[in-house]
Design a protein around this ligand. Structure first.
Ligand code: HEC
Ligand code: HEC
Ligand code: HEC
Ligand code: HEC
Length: 252
């Protein structure tokens, strides 16, 4: 197994039968003080934030097990093990927080199958959003992550969608300049930072097939979604898998 983990030196002694020491009273991970959370409470060395994530956080906080730090100790967003984790999980500005299971098969315990293998980590699209069918079910995204280029391809989230004029409600058809509006089906690079999540990367401003309007006016029809200075106001209504216009919400 090549995990790339660097384990700091441990006391030269026999291991106890369990992390509390078992029959060996003076050797215990749980009382070593080394495996302790932010509140100095003892934790198992199998806590999810021991080998990756924030080792000082509360052990029950799954979010804290996401990088940084990476398995090999990386903390920069340019490191593949770190990348855009925090942007998706915590500091999102264009949509709501993404969950671990939308990009990984999350192990329930350390020894879960597929967990401790060789780096790079496996990326699996288990959520509904990346795979959302649009255009009345005729466009079905097949998202994939390419570990050689670090690109995430064909997700609904980054613009792999289509909305057809013919099946759109009659009061909305004026907004089309073509038979359909489409996203840009962008392939962001995991380590590229803000540029790959910028306004206009996933769909045009406005999208292809949409009447020409300026960024400052989006909110006059997409109520409450975009401010006059071009920022997302209600993150729960953007990248939520639904059309949101004129205070209505419906499927693609
Ligand atoms: C938006 C998708 C996405 C989400 C959400 C996400 N990850 Fe990841 N994760 C990735 C990608 C991409 C990689 C990098 C794979 C590679 O190295 O090629 C990765 C790598 C990792 C790694 C390996 C780090 C290393 O050192 O190589 C761990 C551990 C991990 N993720 C844990 C988590 C946990 C825990 C959560 C939730 C709290 C989470 N991830 C949420 C996409 C995601
Ligand atoms: C002993 C160190 C260690 C502990 C403890 C640990 N992990 Fe990991 N984890 C790793 C390594 C190493 C990888 C990357 C190797 C790989 O992808 O096969 C990884 C990868 C991951 C990934 C990315 C997906 C994957 O399987 O590659 C997720 C999500 C993850 N761990 C969650 C967890 C959770 C949840 C726990 C607690 C139940 C946990 N880890 C405990 C070492 C650990
Ligand atoms: C990460 C990809 C991504 C980025 C970046 C992004 N959008 Fe979107 N946007 C989408 C998706 C996907 C939809 C499709 C509808 C949905 O799921 O909410 C959408 C839909 C919209 C809509 C239609 C209303 C709605 O939500 O249905 C507006 C308006 C909009 N985006 C404006 C913006 C503006 C302004 C920015 C920059 C501040 C931006 N978008 C950045 C992915 C993105
Ligand atoms: C004059 C009203 C109006 C303005 C202004 C407007 N839109 Fe739209 N937009 C619509 C209508 C109507 C639809 C079509 C909805 C349908 O077919 O059901 C639409 C559809 C969309 C869609 C695809 C469906 C969805 O809701 O996700 C996106 C993305 C979008 N607009 C983005 C924008 C952006 C970005 C701006 C500002 C640059 C903008 N729109 C300005 C009326 C408008």
């Amino acid at each position: 197994m090549t995990t790339g983990i660097t384990i700091p030196p441990h006391p030269p002694s026999m291991h106890g039968a369990n992390y509390a020491g078992g029959a060996i009273a003076n050797v215990t991970c749980m009382r070593s003080g080394c495996h302790a959370d932010a509140a100095s409470a003892p934790r198992s060395p199998e806590s999810c934030n021991t080998c990756h994530g924030d080792f000082t956080a509360s052990a029950s906080n799954l979010l804290a097990s996401a990088p940084p730090k990476s398995v090999t100790g990386g903390t920069a967003t340019t490191a593949r093990g770190v990348g855009a984790h925090q942007k998706h999980l915590v500091t999102n500005i264009v949509g709501v927080a993404v969950k671990c299971q939308e990009c990984h098969t999350v192990p329930t315990q350390l020894s879960s199958p597929g967990h401790l293998g060789t780096l790079p980590a496996e990326v699996a699209f288990n959520g509904q959003l990346a795979l959302l069918p649009t255009a009345g079910g005729t466009l079905v995204p097949k998202p994939s992550y390419d570990p050689s280029t670090l690109k995430c391809n064909n997700t609904y989230c980054h613009g792999n969608w289509r909305l057809r004029k013919a099946t759109s409600i009659s009061t909305s058809q004026f907004a089309y300049t073509d038979s359909a509006m489409v996203g840009l089906n962008f392939s962001p690079t995991w380590t590229n930072g803000p540029a790959d999540g910028s306004c206009g990367s996933c769909h045009g401003i406005p999208p292809k097939g949409h009447i020409a309007v300026s960024l400052s006016t989006c909110g006059t029809c997409h109520f409450g979604i975009v401010s006059t200075d071009g920022k997302i106001i209600d993150k729960a209504k953007h990248i939520n898998g639904k059309v949101n216009v004129f205070d209505q919400e419906y499927a693609f």
